[in-house]
Design a protein around this ligand. Structure first.
Ligand SMILES: Cc1cc2nc3c(=O)[nH]c(=O)nc-3n(C[C@H](O)[C@H](O)[C@H](O)COP(=O)(O)OP(=O)(O)OC[C@H]3O[C@@H](n4cnc5c(N)ncnc54)[C@H](O)[C@@H]3O)c2cc1C
Ligand SMILES: Cc1cc2nc3c(=O)[nH]c(=O)nc-3n(C[C@H](O)[C@H](O)[C@H](O)COP(=O)(O)O)c2cc1C
Ligand code: SF4
Length: 668
């Protein structure tokens, strides 16, 4: 029986364990090379024990579409990749460069094809992502005249055979550059509906030439790429293929065909496979969300592993050590890949090997990291503020240890306390509740938000075992008792306040409370429950209550769920699906007129109606909570008193954690 920490052979490459960093784009570096920051980012993951590090997608050419990742199209691009390889090797890891031949119908344009003027405005992120190297005045190229993903009314241009041969040549050369840079393998991005995937499936490949039609013909593009790399790099240079076993939609690839793809790749000499599922239309399948829980691709990958003799791996929220280990032990997969968990905690392998499961900083599946690249930023992490600053994020001991009072034990307060304690300060947390975690306890309350619960549990564990931190529970801070306490530095992390709209009948109504109050276990809600507001909080509250057997009605003034919430697209798609699959009664574009003793009066489509209730939960948003800061300002200077997190401005865990870290690292 194999274990996570057993060595494994990938072609002629021996990995020190079975834990692999998934490919995640770092293409924001200005010239397409790997900057010093990016080098340090990868090195840190190898230092944490990952056996094989993947670069993010690296383009082989920018001739036919703009750059959508790093670039390895000429000799001068080898140098910075070589520094990544050297750094990874010095940490005992191996490096595979993921090569991307194109996005095809997923490609972004640098110019609005609807716009006759040259250049477009280049400033809209809605659908127009300007990328370096683009000279597209026309729609993207694809396997066939497929509809462009961004705007299906625009039809892609079909690649000619000559152009495909040209791309195959570029690919073979890039593979050689990767080998010359010191990479131990290359990985071909053939999944997720991108160009190669477009060729493999009849869903997007309607060609009648040698690149279309039969299974062998549809595989030809990928097989030619593999053969080309074998020629330039030698047959013993490991080639890994990341491919989509099933698209998870009607008309897309079935698992059966996915297995045929895997067998054909094995026959072509591929050293290992990364088994993916889904694509952008069902994004929560390939980039599973906070709601999907752990290990959602394992069963699909297991079917492939059963059919081939080369190692097969999968990613997809693999951060739960027990689930990852069991999948390997049961022979379902040979490699455990980690994308976001590897960002959130680069030391996952070392911690798991030591059995320190409680010390793992569990990824919360928010996919904020994914958003960064779209906006030209380095990948950051909501809960690990050191990401993107690996080169200079060292937390240095304080010159003079001080008494620090942190008010509020939510994620922001806990991050502040931990970082301050790491610097040698003596920290006291006052928490008015009887437990730590703050509103994030509510974020993690539903069954379907285990990932957030795991993170909060981790934070609480870290605080509890830190001898530099004292927690005082059931202690409500006021400006008087704070001043009496006499701390040198004060950080207010007291969270936001729930705003209740001035709707007649809500105030002083014993059957009205806030959704946050329910989610943080300060109130219960039985029978018929109406939730006013279908933002993230209202919707998760509704789904949680419904799972518990309550009849829930969701009323929202706007046209849908979480309209004004900052949610990544995969999470948004998933929660919309959860609502669609549920029995929730929803009323969108509906105004609440007033609450009577046992019924709520609403106006929908210009007509008034009533909904009976036992409990109303208000979820119409939070606002900042700056009263305490203002009361204390006359007594403390700007470098003694700080407000962070939701108290400063309504946000998410990311704001609270990053602000707490920043204050504690640099300003205490
Ligand atoms: C249902 C729900 C789901 C959510 N889901 C997500 C999610 O999936 N991802 C995400 O990133 N964010 C999510 N959020 C938002 C996230 O939980 C908050 O942004 C985050 O908890 C803010 O952290 P904080 O430390 O600033 O404040 P809080 O978490 O609000 O903590 C403030 C703490 O201060 C204490 N306190 C207040 N006043 C005093 C006082 N006078 N004295 C002593 N103690 C005091 C409170 O008891 C509390 O413990 C969700 C929120 C809710 C309600
Ligand atoms: C920030 C980010 C960037 C990504 N970039 C790539 C990429 O360049 N190439 C690729 O094959 N997959 C990419 N992915 C997908 C991941 O490799 C992985 O398949 C996905 O995140 C699911 O795994 P996880 O749940 O372990 O994160 C990216 C994912 C994220 C979160
Ligand atoms: S930003 Fe969110 S999803 Fe990405 S690694 Fe961090 S916690 Fe995980």
């Amino acid at each position: 029986m194999a274990d996570l920490f057993d060595r494994v052979q990938v072609g002629n490459l021996r990995l020190r364990n079975r834990i692999v960093m998934s490919p995640m784009g770092t293409g924001v570096d200005s010239d397409g090379g790997f900057s010093e920051q990016t080098r340090a980012y990868f090195e840190r993951r190898a230092e944490g024990g990952f056996a094989l590090i993947h670069t993010g997608c690296t383009c082989v050419s920018v001739k036919y579409e703009p750059r959508q990742g790093n670039l390895l199209d000429k000799l001068s691009m080898v140098g910075t990749l070589n520094r990544v390889a050297e750094s990874v090797h010095q940490q005992g890891g191996k490096l595979s460069c993921e090569l991307l031949v194109g996005c095809g119908r997923y490609g972004f344009a640098a110019k609005d094809p609807h716009d006759d003027k040259e250049g477009g405005d280049g400033n809209s992120y809605d659908w127009l992502i300007p990328l370096e190297g683009s000279d597209l005045n026309n729609p993207p190229f694809s396997s066939s005249p497929t509809p462009w993903m961004v705007d299906p009314s625009i039809i892609c241009r079909q690649y000619s055979i000559e152009q495909l041969h040209d791309i195959e040549k570029s690919f073979a050369l890039s593979a050689k550059f990767a080998k010359d840079a010191g990479c131990d393998a290359i990985t071909i991005l053939a999944d997720g509906g991108y160009l190669i995937d477009q060729f493999i499936t009849p869903l997007w490949n309607w060609r009648e030439d040698e690149y279309g039609g039969s299974f062998e013909n549809r595989m030809r593009f990928l097989l030619n790429l593999i053969a080309g790399a074998q020629e330039t790099c030698g047959k013993d240079f490991p080639i890994i293929v990341k491919f989509t076993v099933t698209h998870c939609i009607e008309g897309g690839r079935s698992v059966e065909e996915g297995i045929e793809v895997a067998k054909r790749l094995e026959k072509a000499g591929v050293a290992a496979l990364i088994a993916d599922q889904g694509f952008t239309d069902v994004w929560y399948k390939n980039i599973p969300t906070v709601y999907n829980g752990y290990g959602s691709k394992i069963e699909t990958a297991a079917k492939v592993q059963k059919a081939v003799n080369i190692p097969v791996g999968c990613d997809g929220n693999m951060g739960d050590p027990a689930i990852a280990r069991k999948a390997v032990q049961e022979g379902k997969i040979s490699l455990v890949l980690m994308g976001r968990q590897c960002i959130a905690d680069p030391d996952w392998p070392k911690k798991v090997m030591a059995g320190n499961y409680d010390d793992i900083r569990y990824c919360i599946g928010c996919s904020e990291c994914m958003n960064d690249e779209v906006y030209g930023r380095y990948n950051s992490c909501s809960i690990n503020p050191s990401v993107a600053f690996e080169n200079f994020s060292e937390v240095k001991p304080a010159e003079e240890p001080k008494n620090v009072l942190v008010v509020g034990g939510g994620p922001g307060g806990m991050e502040t306390a931990l970082t301050a304690a790491e610097r040698g300060h003596k920290v006291t947390i006052w928490e008015k509740d009887s437990r730590l975690g703050g509103v994030a306890n509510g974020a993690g309350k539903p069954r379907f938000k285990l990932m957030v619960r795991n993170y909060i549990r981790y934070m609480i564990n870290q605080v509890m075992k830190n001898s530099n931190i004292t927690v005082v529970y059931n202690k409500k801070a006021t400006s008087d008792n704070i001043r009496d306490f006499g701390a040198d530095k004060i950080v207010l992390a007291i969270g936001g306040v729930q705003s209740v709209p001035p709707i007649p009948g809500l105030k002083n109504n014993p059957n009205v409370d806030t959704a946050v109050s329910y989610m943080t276990d300060h109130t219960d809600a039985d029978g018929n429950v109406i939730i006013i507001g279908a933002g993230l909080v209202g919707t998760e509250t509704a789904l949680d209550l419904q799972e518990k057997g309550r009849h829930v009605v969701l009323v929202e003034a706007l046209g849908g769920i979480a309209v004004n919430d900052n949610m990544q697209m995969n999470n948004r798609m998933m929660i919309e699906k959860m609502v669609a699959d549920s029995n929730l009664e929803t009323h969108f574009n509906t105004m609440v007129k007033r609450a009577e003793a046992d019924r709520l009066i609403i106006e929908e489509d210009g007509k008034e109606s009533e909904i009976p209730y036992d409990k109303i939960l208000v979820a119409t948003g939070m606002r900042a909570n700056l009263g305490l800061q203002e009361e204390l300002e006359p007594y403390y200077s700007f470098d003694e008193l700080f407000t962070i997190g939701d108290a400063a401005q309504k946000g998410l865990i990311k704001n609270a954690v990053h602000q707490g870290f920043g204050v504690a690292k640099n300003q205490l």
